[in-house]
Design a protein around this ligand. Structure first.
Ligand code: PLP
Length: 440
């Protein structure tokens, strides 16, 4: 009998370059510390510390009792798509049809799907960096080219329209924007959004799509209103509006998100991806999502959560700025703080320590990562480093992301520990001599 040919590999090239979301990867480190008896303060979490509104929970239970547990429309159940259409009209003044709406299991799937749908190999995807890691994780997987649009601290983690203009080429197929932003909380006002839209209309042919990730649309502070780029004249036809229920309704485990597409035909193309990947989103959860949008008490429940985040933001930003070596902007939305920790990295010798690492380790880490892991292992506070939000061009940028989705007292203790770590040069040196190089 002839032997089968040997290929010498198990995985495709494609899957070996797929990135990931470190928020999920840090879990085993936390579990390890907790199993050793340490109490870890988790400021790494990207989910609100609130429960879903009781009327949503009750509707999901009721639907289960009704036996609404079968396959359903792969595009999303019509009552939910109609509720989304109504919400689009109320929040953005947009007239869209339910046929332009597709429901996904969370806000996340349409990020990768958009790149699959619009990009061939060699096409370019512009995305914010720092930004949600999935934006940068997909292009290489598809043979497309990732083009980071760097957000600067000086512009409150937005970008200048000229900056975007300089990145647009004839290979640009997709431009991702995200306001309010993860991980910085940056928000763009109408003037900036309009200027961004003008650049896109001037420099891009009509088939280039803007993927506007608006999942934090309702978590916005200081009385500001969310401005969607789709509301600028001429942009509805080019914009995919993506949003969902994970953040607004503190329902990350519900896995319901949606996108509104420029045309019905595009929506149907995404529906076909749904059919290929997972058939449909559970109908009893979609009914819960419908109630979340329609219930008269929803607005108050969301407003309460947003006020709580705003109060925590005010207290914690002040405390962070009181730590020597830390500088923190006040975010306009979402529930993250993104302090600049360059001063701490200098003081503790993290920049030098990083340079001294073997080349292979150095290639996957950064001074902020060393501090992040030192803070976790020696002072028991979990955060995420700058590199968790896009690595391309992030060298020399020293930031951490802290989530404020915890009780104020927990946040205060987390910042107290952070302040202690920022002064603990001896502890850092010891960390780098022992466990550091293995965990960074
Ligand atoms: N987009 C951004 C900017 C996010 O921060 C997140 C989650 O953290 C998502 C999309 C994905 O949300 P979901 O959990 O609904 O898939």
């Amino acid at each position: 009998m002839s032997k089968p040919p040997r290929t010498g590999r198990l995985y495709s090239d494609r899957v070996s370059v797929l990135g990931t979301e470190n928020a999920f990867k840090i879990g085993p480190h936390i579990a390890r510390l907790e199993s050793e008896g340490h109490e870890v303060i988790r400021l790494n979490l990207g989910e609100p510390d609130f429960d879903i509104p009781p009327f949503v929970r009750d509707e999901v239970k009721r639907q289960l009792d009704l036996g609404n547990t079968h396959y359903c429309d792969p595009k999303g159940i019509l009552p939910l798509r109609k509720a989304i259409v109504k919400n689009m009209k109320e929040m953005r003044g947009l007239e869209v049809s339910p046929e332009q709406v597709v429901v996904f299991p969370g806000g996340k799937p349409s990020i990768g799907f958009s790149q699959e749908v619009y990009c061939n190999a060699g096409d370019e995807v512009i995305y914010p960096s720092p930004g949600f890691p999935i934006y940068e994780s997909f292009p290489a997987y598809l043979g497309a080219v990732p083009v980071p649009l760097h957000l600067s601290e000086e512009s409150n983690f937005t970008f200048r329209p000229e900056q975007l203009a300089s990145l647009i080429t004839e290979r640009t197929r997709l431009i991702i924007i995200n306001f309010p932003s993860n991980p910085t909380g940056g928000v763009a006002d109408r003037e900036l959004i309009t200027a961004i839209a003008e650049v896109i209309k001037k420099k891009c042919p009509p088939e280039v799509r803007v993927y506007s990730d608006e999942i934090y649309e309702k978590i916005i502070f200081d009385g500001l209103k969310h401005i969607s780029i789709s509301t600028v004249p001429g942009m509805r036809e080019r914009t995919i509006i993506s949003s969902g229920f994970s953040k607004t309704f503190a329902w990350t485990g519900g896995r319901i998100g949606y996108a509104v597409f420029p045309t019905e035909d595009e929506a149907n193309t995404f529906k076909n991806l749904n059919i290929n990947y997972f058939s449909c989103v559970p109908p009893f959860l979609q009914e819960g999502a419908r109630v979340a949008l329609e219930h008269p008490e929803s607005k108050a429940a969301v407003a309460h959560m947003v006020e709580t985040f705003q109060h925590r933001r005010d207290v914690i930003v002040k405390r962070l700025n009181a730590i020597d070596g830390i500088r923190c902007k006040t975010p306009g939305g979402a529930f993250y703080l993104f302090p600049n920790i360059a001063g701490v990295c200098e003081k503790l010798g993290a920049i030098e320590a990083c340079k001294a690492l073997p080349a292979e380790t150095r290639a996957r880490t950064s001074p902020a990562t060393l501090f992040q892991m030192f803070l976790l292992y020696n002072h028991h506070v979990a955060t995420l480093d700058r590199n968790s939000f896009g690595r391309i061009g992030a060298e020399g940028k020293h930031y951490l992301r802290l989530s404020i989705a915890s009780e104020l007292s927990t946040l205060e203790e987390g910042v107290r520990r952070l302040g202690a770590a920022a002064k603990d040069a001896a502890g850092f040196e010891q960390f780098m001599k022992t466990i550091g190089p293995d965990v960074v």
